[in-house]
Design a binder for this molecule. Structure first.
Ligand code: B12
Ligand code: SF4
Length: 625
């Protein structure tokens, strides 16, 4: 189910609303002197292709954005801890500026939610009178906010509140809570009063629990879908977030006295992820992005983008960037504005592309539409573009691509010095190999390689929360509950594991993915890249080959056992949707807008797989485009 759309015309915040809110908070911040820890949950079992390097060497933009918003609002005692770098971090051991934090924020993707839950449970061990206010947010809670609340009276735990939105929602919550806070009162106690007196109900984008006992949610109140920030120039500058990162440590459970300095930032996160645009004009039914963005396209101005990259280059020496775009070429005129400004810009007297290199996500369709501009795209510093190709024959997924157009797009990109990085989907109806046609997975991978693909991503169609097709694989009995006695856990919902399929032999699908990667990343291909270079992108190709070969060993190591269980073990299917166990109500009392239909609501219990659906319902965990 997609997130519902707000009333037309009411999807966006008024211009200046975020800036004014930040200004108001700055005036009250000194009175409160808050200490805040923002933790990024990370499950190390997800470390494999296609993003094995980027996951660790690119500090996530979400927690940095939240940190930057806190600092811009005057709350400078803020620290960001990444479980990616600090696997043993425990909120109950965290002290900042000599005391227990007033606020603990936890950010999580769906695949890291087990770690998110453990961190919240750990924070709940702190004595209630000293416990920080626990706020959960990020891509997990945006779609499944109920999962951060406990229901077991024998083990009470839970976030105090889930934020299903962005910076504006969080800061609005803080403003209300701080407005009720008495001198020397804990932030959590002020929060409880604000919550109980209904003061949070007018802030869309929150979910909080009701119940007789704290930590045992009997009902959740959903205040609705957030209003979105339209002019992204209002966002606090990303340099603020980079100054808050906790230094990596394999063993430390608490925090250091100081955050990482500029050299440490440069060393640990040599790639900077930056928000440039949000939204996409396509409406792929397996993708949650257009609905999340309320079908809006949101942008930063070209000057602001240049300023952000330049400042990050100068302050931290970050040279490589990744645009957190859903489809950077979405609006051709606005894209031209951005790239022309970047191509004209200079850093320390040098042309932009000599100081900064970056990549982002686009579609085949838009790449071809922008073919005459690609030289400026390269001049703007773009070095790699990730293309949501999915299926080059467009039999399964259609978004303006086909064999000829994909080849043309790859050729155009390489001609202009940009590495094409295709993202593919494997699905039930696609065989490993089809003689005489381009439909098979290996046939497609071979063509991509021939056309100059620098990297490869192959993900299995997997239900993506917040997409139109999310429920169908569950209701059709395609989703695997366990195989050979191993339960499917949240970290396995990343598209690397075959967990939703109607084929008779799911293990073959798992092997197909491995075969595709092994075909693409191997010493022979590395030698070919080195000895028969296609063009000047040879070093990029070789570097990615090396990374890919390392990644493929991790993918084999992590997924081979699952393939074996699929082959030899008993496969049990899920009988129901992973909907909220706790009733979710909106403020007016009706079903909350983040709820999913529960079995009683739609008769979702199914006992058999419908053969007609082998043709591919499902939803992809696509990073985008
Ligand atoms: C860049 C990106 C990546 C990068 C970097 C991720 C990173 N760690 O930085 C790479 C390429 C590595 C990547 C990998 C994957 N990604 Co990715 N990725 C993105 C992308 C395109 C942008 C993320 C971003 O930086 N956004 C900008 C920031 C500012 O937004 P944000 O993170 O949502 O944070 C905002 C709010 O959520 C909120 N917020 C966040 N945290 C918190 C915390 C609190 C307390 C509060 C109050 C608010 C809050 O405020 C923030 C500011 O507005 C998003 C799609 C998108 N447009 O967001 C997908 C996305 C995050 N990826 C997704 C997925 C599925 C994956 C992969 C599993 C794909 C795969 N199979 O390989 C892997 C996972 C790798 C791993 N082991 O973690 C999904 C997550 C779905 C979900 N429900 O969890 C997304 C949402 C795409 C989608 N399908 O919609 N990804
Ligand atoms: S999959 Fe890509 S092209 Fe399709 S709607 Fe999502 S972001 Fe847009």
């Amino acid at each position: 189910m997609e997130l519902p759309r707000r009333t037309r015309g009411d999807e966006l915040l008024k211009p200046g609303e975020l800036t004014e809110l930040v200004g108001r908070l700055r005036t009250i911040a000194p009175r409160h002197d808050l200490r805040t820890v923002i933790a990024y949950a990370f499950d190390h079992r997800t470390r494999m292709l296609p993003f094995i390097y980027a996951d660790k060497r690119m500090a996530p933009a979400g927690v940095r954005a939240v940190g930057a918003a806190m600092v811009a609002s005057g709350f400078e005692k803020t620290r960001i801890v990444l479980q990616t770098w600090n696997p043993n971090f425990r909120p109950s051991d965290a002290e900042l500026d000599g005391g227990i934090p007033d606020i603990l924020m936890v950010s999580s993707m769906q695949i890291h939610s087990q770690r998110c839950r453990e961190m919240i449970q750990d924070a709940c061990r702190i004595e209630p009178s000293k416990r920080p206010l626990i706020i959960a947010g990020g891509p997990k809670t945006i779609y499944e906010p109920w999962d951060v609340f406990g229901t077991d009276p024998s083990m009470p735990w839970g976030a105090d509140i889930a934020v299903t939105g962005e910076e504006f929602v969080l800061l609005s919550l803080l403003e209300v809570v701080l407005s009720c806070r008495a001198n020397n009162e804990s932030v959590r106690s002020a929060f409880l009063r604000a919550r109980n007196s209904g003061l949070l109900d007018s802030i869309p984008g929150l979910v909080y629990a009701r119940g007789e006992f704290e930590g045992v949610a009997e009902e959740l109140v959903d205040t609705g879908i957030q209003r979105l920030l339209s002019d992204l120039d209002e966002l606090p500058h990303p340099v603020l977030g980079y100054r808050l990162l906790e230094a990596p440590s394999r063993w430390r459970t608490g925090l250091r006295e100081r955050a990482l300095g500029p050299r440490g930032v440069h060393w640990n996160t040599p790639i900077g992820s930056l928000v440039l645009t949000f939204g996409c004009k396509f409406a792929c039914p397996y993708c949650p992005i257009p609905a999340y963005n309320q079908r809006q396209h949101r942008l930063k101005s070209p000057d602001r983008i240049v300023d952000e990259m330049s400042r990050l280059r100068k302050e931290f020496g970050i040279k490589y960037f990744f645009g957190a775009d859903d489809n950077f070429f979405n609006d051709h005129d606005r894209t031209r504005d951005i790239i022309e400004t970047m191509a004209r810009a200079k850093i320390d007297g040098k042309r932009f592309y000599k100081k900064v290199n970056w990549g982002t996500e686009v579609t085949v369709h838009d790449t071809i539409a922008m073919k005459n501009d690609l030289k400026y795209v390269r001049g703007a510093g773009v070095q790699m573009l990730w293309l949501g190709v999915e299926d080059i024959t467009a039999t399964f997924v259609k978004k303006g691509q086909n064999v000829g157009r994909t080849e043309e797009a790859f050729h155009l990109l390489r001609k202009n010095g940009i590495s094409p990085m295709p993202m593919m989907m494997h699905h039930d109806t696609q065989p490993l190999y089809t003689p005489g046609s381009n439909y098979g997975l290996l046939n497609q991978v071979r063509l991509l390689k021939k056309w100059g693909s620098s990297s490869l991503q192959v993900l299995m169609m997997t239900p993506a929360t917040g997409s139109k097709l999310y429920e169908a694989p569950f209701t059709d009995g395609m989703v695997i509950e366990s195989a050979g006695g191993r339960k499917v856990e949240q970290h396995m919902m990343d598209g690397n594991y075959v967990v939703a399929t109607a084929v008779d032999e799911p293990w073959k699908k798992q092997f197909n993915i491995l075969a595709a990667y092994l075909y693409f990343y191997n010493p022979l291909q590395l030698a070919k890249s080195a000895l028969m270079p296609k063009d000047l992108l040879v070093f990029t190709d070789m570097f990615i080959q090396l990374l890919g070969m390392w990644g493929v060993t991790q993918t084999v190591r992590r997924t081979l056992g699952w393939a074996w269980r699929l082959k030899t073990g008993k496969i049990d299917r899920r009988m129901s949707l992973p909907a909220s166990r706790i009733p979710l109500r909106c403020v007016a009392g009706e079903t909350g807008c983040h709820d999913l239909p529960r079995p009683s609501q739609k008769g979702l219990i199914q006992l058999s797989i419908k053969p007609s659906l082998t043709g591919g319902v499902g939803a992809a965990v696509a990073a985008a485009s």
